[in-house]
Design a protein. Sequence first.
Length: 234
Amino acid sequence: MNLTLYSYIRQGPFVSRGNPKLFNNFIRVLCNANSSEGFAPYRDVSMSEINGPSDSIPIVSSGQPPYNRSILAYFSGGKHGFIRKRLFQYWGNKEDNDIKVYHYLPKGENYTELFGKSKYCLCPSGYEVATSRLIEAIQMGCVPVVIKDHYVLPYSDVLDWTQFSVQVSVDKIPELKRILQEIPFSKYLEMHKKVIEVQRHFMVNLPAKHFDVLHMILHSVWLRRLNVKLNSVN
């Protein structure tokens, strides 16, 4: 079987359907790794979505030390998608000192700095399951709170996301504050430590360095290639 590595960003799952015969020979590398839209974890690769300045690579920082992070949970972004609408319904722009959910940031606040001041960063789906906030949280040393349906987390063949993230089902959004407050501080410190450890796997380097995001993608492709070869033999 001739295999082709084929990379998409946003519309990959839909474009793939254009030629089903050709699609059968793809190992797709997708940011929008939605298992309800045909993403097949045994064959396809979930790629981290990373935004950065147009003239430089994204900055990776440890942010504030864990003991100095005064905000329990933070999110800022659009209200698109039913998951975000539900998040804003319960937590949007409320007078709450623990959970900060903004459509527009208050005057004087900085989007990136708030990541570095928060213990947990909320990462809800928008129009698609993937968003750059998941990686922005990790890059700023903030424990991501994954609020998504049908999302296959990047590089989960290698990374145990339960060690450095919290996964909350959509129906538990009203209980976010209780869920996060019930996590022991010692457990939070361990997750924060793991976030710092895995940052290197989401870093963009020019040229590439061992264990960075490019190597994670290529390693995932290699694993899928083995899967396809073994399945074709069997």
